[in-house]
Design a protein around this ligand. Structure first.
Ligand code: C2E
Ligand code: CA
Ligand code: CA
Length: 396
């Protein structure tokens, strides 16, 4: 509640004030952002101050009966002869703080000029995405294939931005900004509509494909996921069984109860749930497997790690994960399969499904039917077809 929040802010301000030198200033900029203005510091003194301020958060804060652990992301910027303007200095500090935040919580980050470029880009993305850019989003589709028969089971929808000046931009460069500004919710809502409509149209053409859509953690806290999914299904007429929602383990772990409630409702409605990027987070397996999960997507990093271990031990790790999911009745997808050797490894490990550049790159919607027909013409086994091709290991 507000009262506790206000009291916490006062406590933080109090502790920060104790760490600064006489004559320096602590102020709150708004929300949970504070600024510390220190006179006559060079970069290394400013960094030392930042690390000292970080220790302020070592002990949890106590408000009445409640103990609250807090951490801080700290950005440091230093005035230079060419940066004397207060607004510049603040925006540099802000860019550094953003970099600290994105490299994980509880970090200190020093400003560098390249961060200013990044900050400019973020601002542009934030502004543009708000106004006209949803019309400029395009969805690429990457095939997901069964390992036993090589049959194409479905596709994963991957968003790109057809930027008027910069060309086609990958999701990693703009989705983090969209998450921050909350734009990710309308974007995902649009994506759900677009992809379910697309899948329904393909099914009507005799190409029934299961459609996987990535869902961000923000969507759980907004509590509109269930409604947005239902609406998209109703409008498109797509069977709920043909829709898979991909969630990362970290997004689920952020608020497991809330995630479980919403996922249970969706699962009851027939929608399938997949855990994305498995192996990159540190979630509790017990917690993860208490969710109504149908599929586990094994991150490419596990594949790469397995490949680097000599003597076949790496394959054993993959096989153990797959065996675990199988015991729980969960299907596994090997992500990022780029080479014939990868394909062999994941097949030996017993994975159910496979996805990666070896099988097929993400492609625009109008190229997919042609790709599928080529697979059909070659006997319907996309794995066998891929194994005969020279692998392309760069992004299109
Ligand atoms: P992801 O969900 O793990 O998606 C798989 C990413 O791996 C895609 O990158 C895909 O192009 C890439 N990939 C596929 N096969 C291979 C391969 O063989 N080798 C390598 N090295 N990479 C491969 P992309 O499209 O750049 O997407 C990056 C991430 O952006 C996605 O990771 C997902 O987390 C996020 N994303 C993409 N579209 C959406 C979306 O519509 N909504 C949300 N919330 N996130 C999205
Ligand atoms: Ca995914
Ligand atoms: Ca993934």
């Amino acid at each position: 509640g507000h009262q506790i929040g206000d009291e916490l802010l006062r406590l933080v301000a109090g502790r920060l004030s104790e760490e600064i030198r006489p004559g320096d200033t602590v102020a709150r900029l708004g929300g949970d952002q504070f600024v510390v203005l220190a006179h006559g510091c060079d970069a290394s003194e400013a960094a030392a101050l930042a690390f000292r301020l970080q220790t302020v958060f070592a002990l949890p804060f106590r408000v009445g009966e409640i103990t609250v652990p807090l951490s801080a992301s700290i950005g440091v910027a230093v005035a230079r002869p060419e940066v004397r303007d207060a607004h510049h200095l603040l925006s540099d500090a802000d860019a550094a703080m953003f970099a600290a935040k994105s490299s994980g919580r509880d970090r200190v980050h020093l400003f560098s000029p390249s961060l200013r470029e990044a900050a400019r880009w973020r601002l542009e993305v934030a502004t543009r995405l708000r106004d006209e850019a949803i019309d400029q989003l395009v969805v690429y589709y990457q095939p997901v294939v069964r390992l036993d028969t090589g049959a194409v089971e479905g596709v994963e929808a991957l968003v790109r931005w057809q930027h008027p000046e910069r060309g086609l931009i990958g999701p990693d460069t703009f989705l983090s900004v969209a998450e921050e500004t909350g734009q990710i919710i309308p974007i995902t809502r649009w994506l759900l509509r677009e992809t379910t409509r697309r899948a329904a149209a393909w099914a009507a053409e005799g190409l029934p494909l299961r459609m996987s859509v990535n869902i961000s953690a923000r969507h759980f806290s907004a509590e509109t996921l269930v409604r947005d999914v239902r609406l998209a299904l109703r409008e498109s007429g797509l069977a709920p069984e043909q829709l898979v929602l991909e969630l990362t383990e970290t997004s689920v772990a952020e608020d497991p109860t809330r995630a479980e409630d919403q996922l249970t409702v969706l699962r009851r409605a027939g929608v399938r749930i997949a855990i994305d990027d498995f192996g990159t987070g540190w979630s509790s397996l017990a917690q993860l497997f208490s969710l109504p999960i149908g599929t586990l997507k094994i991150d490419r990093s596990l594949l790469v790690a397995a490949e680097q271990v000599t003597g076949g031990e790496g394959g054993a790790v993959l096989a153990a994960i797959v065996a675990l999911t199988r015991t729980l009745g969960i299907r596994s997808v090997a992500e990022g399969v780029e080479t014939v050797e990868h394909l062999r490894m994941v097949r030996e490990a017993g994975c159910d499904l496979v996805q990666g550049w070896l099988i097929g790159h993400p492609m625009p919607a109008d190229e997919l039917p042609g790709w599928l027909r080529r697979v059909q013409a070659a006997g319907g086994d996309a794995c066998a077809l891929a194994a005969t091709r020279t692998p392309v290991t760069t992004a299109p």
